[in-house]
Design a protein around this ligand. Structure first.
Ligand SMILES: NC(=O)c1ccc[n+]([C@@H]2O[C@H](COP(=O)([O-])OP(=O)(O)OC[C@H]3O[C@@H](n4cnc5c(N)ncnc54)[C@H](O)[C@@H]3O)[C@@H](O)[C@H]2O)c1
Length: 323
């Protein structure tokens, strides 16, 4: 099966491409290399430079490469930036999915695995685990752009037979355990990446945005999932759709929350570097706590995570950063 991976030169996309190749799929990466890197694309996958908003080009690639499924990562994903430039996010992310769905329908591609996010939930479940039934209510245009994308895909199933699995990722972190791949993102805002950069002397300090949340230590709590576990879930999602599975939304996390201070302490421990931390006011668009109830995906895919360990996540991220 030939799979088109949009955004396959990016962090999560490139790890998933490797897993798809390992599972025997043919992979065509479709990427405009805005935040991705050619060198991140694993050997064995072909790169087509293109933009997901370019329907003609997308359609031609699907036809020429005999694509039968799409894994759609391509998006912008910086929450504070989305608050400042909402239209860029609706255009790239939501209009991008619209174009992608049109191209799929035109070319008889019936299977899409979509990168969604816990940001669709907003602050709905401050005290407990978030299930797929928890109310949505994005706090920022990024989350909104993804929720709208999910809805576009959902509405295409009945009339067009386009089946989708929307994977709502919680916080993705870490690097491949083999040491071959990791996060290259420039000016990253992801906490574990930022803290790893600080531990390597690439940043002077790490900011904590908000110390007065109603969480045990006052800082934001998140569910960190290792990038390789998440990549495996995409392979399982494709198999699920190929086996005739219906369109579904799944949370992707471990179901355990760690605070910003927990993460900083862990990166300091694995690196042995006591980097500087600066406490700052809350940022617009940030939720206090986002922790997944992941029982639905564990059951549907008979999935057991391999890397549910904050220390291992931080260590792989730090080792990659050093290298
Ligand atoms: N990193 C996280 O913690 C996280 C959490 C939740 C959801 N996600 C989602 O996962 C997906 C991948 O995120 P990532 O962390 O790998 O980001 P990334 O920036 O490393 O990867 C995104 C890739 O998409 C490409 N791209 C962006 N817009 C494009 C367009 N219009 N046309 C073609 N290519 C385009 C970029 O060049 C890049 O290679 C995104 O959809 C993001 O919203 C990420």
């Amino acid at each position: 099966m030939q799979v088109l991976v949009t955004g396959g030169a990016g962090y999560i996309g490139s790890h998933t491409v490797q897993k798809l190749l390992d599972a025997g799929y043919g992979v065509v990466v479709y990427d405009n290399i805005t935040t991705g890197f050619r060198e991140a694309i694993p050997t064995g996958a072909e790169l087509v430079m293109g933009d997901v908003r370019d329907k003609l080009m997308l359609s031609r690639v699907m036809k020429d490469k005999k694509i039968s499924a799409v894994v759609h990562f391509a998006a912008k994903l910086i929450v504070p930036e989305s608050v400042e430039k909402p239209l860029d996010y609706y255009e790239n992310n939501t209009a991008g999915v619209l174009t992608l769905a049109q191209a799929c329908i035109e070319n008889g591609v019936k299977k899409v695995v979509f990168s969604s996010t816990a940001a669709v939930y907003g602050d709905a479940s401050v005290s407990g685990l978030i299930t797929e039934q928890s109310p949505t209510g994005p706090l920022n245009p990024y989350g909104q752009s993804k929720l709208m994308s999910e809805n576009v895909l959902r509405d295409c199933e009945a009339p067009h037979g386009l089946k989708s699995v929307c994977l709502r990722y919680f916080n993705v972190a870490g690097a491949s355990v083999s040491g071959n791949n990791g996060q290259r993102t420039k000016n990253a805002t992801h906490l574990i990446k930022v803290a790893s950069e600080a531990a390597c002397g690439k940043r002077e300090s790490v900011g904590i945005f908000g110390t007065d949340y109603s969480t045990p230590d006052g800082t934001g709590v998140r569910d960190y999932i290792h990038v390789e576990d998440l990549a495996d879930l995409h392979v399982l999602a494709l198999k699920y759709l190929s086996d005739g599975g219906s369109s579904q939304i799944f949370n992707c996390g471990y179901g355990r929350g760690f605070s910003v201070r927990d993460v900083i302490d862990t990166v300091r421990k694995v690196s042995g570097v006591n980097f500087k931390v600066i406490e700052q006011p809350r940022r617009a668009g940030d939720a206090a706590q986002l922790v997944a109830d992941s029982s639905k995906i564990r059951k549907a895919f008979a999935w057991t995570p391999k890397y549910d360990n904050l220390e291992l996540i931080c260590r792989t991220a730090y080792e990659w950063e050093k290298r």
